[in-house]
Design a protein around this ligand. Structure first.
Ligand code: PHB
Length: 401
């Protein structure tokens, strides 16, 4: 697999510090800042800052920067310089956008993105160049499956993980059949797959798969179809602006209270302020919730609200943990990001004290984590229980581990 342990950054870092040390020893007029300061760590943020996932990109950015600020603005003794690209959640532009950061800006680490299709485009370049990549959301299974690599990490979830436990939940609620509705792209299809596998294991039947193209939000025809099918339950994956619109349309179509709605927690995370009572009572599974009784979560929520005058959500947590994971790598390598072996080793074995609860990395570098069962009560995704303890993605096709 592509893995360059002797990268440009490492060489330039060593050259700079060696020159500084030599000049100082000789008592020359060589600028003293060379000795005092390692070059800034170049951090590329490739996230959606326009479109239906805008709020997700912003929350991830906020979370990441909070983790850095909590460490005095430095990771492993290095200050950070940010390079930002709006990927527009557009897979067609993914190679060009990734190259802006990797080739043009020569970032030491790439943080991104939200959309699975964009992440799949990033993966190819990341594997070819060996650049360190921390994915703070996009759940595409291939990224920690067939495309897994030592330099690829994810601090969020695999799409499969977010819906697998829902099968058990629906069974417990007495539902024998269900309809799945989502956007037609990798995330929707894989979340559907994770749910189907889990539900069928419990003897349930997925009777219909309904899709619309990303990022469309014209749900009316599909809601009419659901009303005609009259399934025991509906499971939906939408997120951001699309989730808010779906919840309101589901209620307006008269389906709320008639056919129970479930989903991965993205359906109700970060949207409760926007949807009135349209989400009240909806149960979801996710690796985060609003009312966790954890010291770390309480401190995180307080700091986030104070800094950004906003309540955090799952996306903010994933961005924060991307910062925490990078900190673990850089601290172990004493700031020398070019020492990839040390950085990667520390990141792969890190125990991240996350607001979601402590998690570790699987061999494929995806979080092994508890999946909570949550229920919307007022403006909160309240914890009802743990739907699946320490759920690991099966990492099908990953040979690197
Ligand atoms: C994805 O495309 O992988 C994705 C996007 C938004 C979410 C979750 C997953 O909330």
């Amino acid at each position: 697999m592509p893995f360059d342990n002797n990268s440009f950054t490492r060489r330039s870092f060593l050259k700079t510090t060696a020159a500084g040390a030599g000049a100082a020893a000789a008592g020359s007029l060589f600028p003293s800042f060379v000795l005092a300061q390692a070059p800034k760590l170049r951090v590329g943020l490739m996230l959606p800052y326009t479109g239906t996932f805008t709020a997700l990109g912003v929350a991830i950015t906020n979370g990441f920067k909070l983790a850095v600020e909590e460490r005095g603005g430095k990771l492993g003794g290095r200050e950070l310089e940010y390079f930002t690209v709006d990927d527009e959640s557009n897979p067609a532009k993914a190679p060009e956008n990734t190259n802006k950061l990797v080739q043009r800006d020569k970032v030491d680490v790439l943080i991104g993105t939200v959309h699975s299709g964009v992440a799949l485009g990033m993966a190819k370049i990341v594997r070819e160049t060996g650049v360190l990549w921390i994915n703070p959301n996009a759940g595409a299974g291939d990224v920690t499956g067939p495309l897994c690599a030592p330099n690829i990490f994810r601090t969020s979830f695999s799409n499969w993980q977010t819906t697998h436990a829902l099968g058990k939940v629906l069974k417990e609620r007495g539902h024998k059949n269900a309809v799945f509705i989502t956007w037609k792209y990798a995330a929707g299809e894989e979340m559907l797959g994770g749910f189907k596998e889990g539900f069928e294991k419990e003897g349930g039947k997925l009777v219909k798969e309904l899709f619309l193209p990303f990022p469309q939000v014209e749900f009316q025809a599909l809601l009419t179809e659901i009303a005609n099918i009259k399934p025991d339950a509906v499971v939906a994956f939408f997120a951001g602006g699309g989730a808010a619109k779906f919840l309101k349309d589901y209620q307006a179509a008269g389906l709320k209270g008639k056919i129970p709605l479930y989903g991965p927690g993205f359906l109700t995370d970060g949207v409760l302020d926007a949807v009135g009572d349209a989400a009240e009572g909806i149960e979801t599974t996710l690796h985060y919730a609003d009312s966790l009784d954890l010291k770390k979560d309480k401190a995180f929520r307080l700091a986030y609200a104070k800094t950004y005058k906003l309540q955090p959500d799952v996306y903010a947590v994933q961005g924060y943990d991307a910062g925490q994971l990078l900190a673990a790598g850089l601290e172990a390598a004493k700031g020398d990001v070019g020492n990839k072996q040390a950085v990667i080793k520390a990141m792969a074995s890190a125990k991240i004290d996350s607001p979601r609860g402590v998690f570790t990395m699987s061999a494929a570098h995806n979080p092994v984590q508890d999946m909570y069962l949550r229920k919307v009560v007022g403006k909160e995704n309240k914890v009802v229980g743990i739907a699946w303890k320490a759920l690991a993605d099966p990492a099908r096709g990953c040979k690197a581990g």
